[in-house]
Ligand binder design. Structure first.
Ligand SMILES: [Zn+2]
Length: 301
């Protein structure tokens, strides 16, 4: 029997590092394949693909930064007044992430710098971060959306809600045919005991680095990205984790969602006497229910 190799079938992965003898904590990832899997799952237009890809990448790193338990989930939700509607991603601690945008067809004209206008597509509103702890207890943090550009908002979340000095960079490069060419990002955090010289060196480095998409376009790996950002701060690699777009939905979960619709709604669906197809909100997978299936579900209430 061949041995199972515990690695992603895709090429995406995240690295974790510390620098300046533990005064800086850092994460970086390449996430092209998972951003493309999400695009294909939801049929997103370019602006929506960028918003979702950035959110998926950011959520994966935030889980590693904020969740302690191996089974802990972290969810990031943007509820903005822009055309995208809600943008949501949930990551587990093993490198799996799923998510969606409410209006996947959203596509806005590019900004004058040719970047996709994610900020206008998200709009203004609230950013909520939920942590599922010990199987059920959730911890909620909420801040106002700052720019809607995702990385900027997640950075503000850390500063305002968690009081941790943080810098996040995220990038998604969409090809003319709509597919994802590059995706990735980084997350840096200063520990409370960080010295002034470390802070100023990090600020100096961050002032010099190019955008995430430019660095990825130069074939830089997550390790290269952190080596550049942490230059002069003696980075040490501590971990490497494969990451992927993965949904754990099952027919049973969808059945339970149908039960939650309640007897009246189910009765009216049964009365229509035709097959119903329900798609998982997170991955687009379709589940089909015949009238007899619906009657069976109705009988369980
Ligand atoms: Zn699903």
């Amino acid at each position: 029997m061949s041995k199972m190799i515990p690695t992603s079938v895709y090429g995406d992965y995240m690295v974790r590092a510390t620098a300046a003898a533990g005064q800086v904590r850092a994460f970086a990832l390449t996430s092209r394949d998972l951003a493309e899997a999400a695009r294909l799952a939801h049929g997103t237009a370019p602006t929506a693909s960028a918003a979702l890809g950035r959110t998926l990448s950011g959520t994966l790193m935030m889980n590693q930064a904020l969740v302690k338990q191996d089974d802990g989930l972290l969810t990031v939700r943007f509820d903005g007044d822009g055309p995208l509607g809600t943008v949501l991603a949930t990551a587990d601690h093993s490198g799996n992430v799923k998510g969606y945008v409410q209006n996947p067809e959203t596509d806005l004209p590019r900004k004058s710098d040719r970047h996709l206008d994610v900020g206008s597509a998200v709009g203004r509103g609230t950013l909520t971060v939920l942590r599922d702890l010990d199987g059920g207890n959730t911890y909620n943090g909420q801040v106002l959306i700052h720019s809607g550009e995702i990385a900027d908002d997640l950075t503000h979340y850390f500063v305002e809600s968690e009081q941790i000095p943080t810098s996040i960079g995220l990038g998604v490069l969409v090809q003319p045919d709509g597919s994802i060419r590059r995706a990735g990002g980084f997350l840096l955090q200063l520990m409370p005991f960080a010295e002034e010289s470390v802070i100023s060196r990090l600020e100096e480095n961050l002032g010099k680095v190019r955008s995430v998409t430019q660095m990825l376009e130069d074939e830089m790996t997550p390790e290269d990205l952190l080596a550049e950002i942490l230059r002069g701060l003696d980075p040490e690699w501590t971990d490497r984790l494969p990451v992927r777009f993965y949904c754990n939905c099952t027919e049973d979960r969808v059945r339970r969602a149908l039960i939650l619709l309640g007897p009246e709604e189910l009765d009216s669906m049964i009365a229509e006497d035709h097959d119903f197809e329900l798609a998982c909100r997170f991955c687009g997978k379709k589940y089909s229910f015949r009238p007899e299936d619906l009657r069976e579900i109705r009988a369980q209430i």
